[in-house]
Design a protein around this ligand. Sequence first.
Ligand code: BG6
Ligand code: MG
Length: 218
Amino acid sequence: MNKKGFIFDLDGVIVDTAKYHFLAWKELAKSLDIEFTEEENEQLKGVSRVRSLEKILAWGNKTISEELFQDLMGKKNEEYLSYISEMDENEILPDVPRVLNVLKEKQQPISLGSASKNARTILERVNLKSSFDAIVDGNDVSKAKPDPEVFLIAAKQINIKPEDCIVFEDSVAGVTAANTANMISIGIGSKSVLGHAKYVFKNFTEISDDFITSLIEN
Ligand code: BG6
Ligand code: MG
């Protein structure tokens, strides 16, 4: 059987945590008197913690000391961790387990490619860690999406050439990263936001077993 590399983003693809990142950033921004819209939030998805705070400060025209910057990043993460502390398998997005099972049955290598430093904790909480042959997350990279580094490392770890990899992503930055890595990008979300992906599906319930098979065979 053909082998392709299947790389999954985490937040907003496997689990419904994108909303918790949004809530935590919104609260922090409000404390600095900075408001940002859902549209601006799309630009934060997939983006590292450092880069996200830089963007929020730029939107609010604020400059702060390095010490306060570090302090705010810590606060955001504490807030985020309080949201995810109660997480369990119920927060796995619909049909993700089905697609992972199809890939496993067909003996396809599976990797995580996430910007989050909390990725391993979350996978453990929702009991999905053992579904992955490799896990590459925010602790393993030096360049944030849209840089392709995270996906290139993921491909290497599962021993598959970048052009034989398929990436599932919910973020603008992540789809750009996958395209730059010369991988097949599959956007999970709306076409109006992820129009640069090769395929876009609203969620995994729209991804059939036959479509997965066609990705493996082509
Ligand atoms: C990405 C999220 O997966 O991880 C971003 O989409 C987040 O919103 C980034 O900023 C970094 O995550 P963390 O958990 O290390 O702050
Ligand atoms: Mg994401």
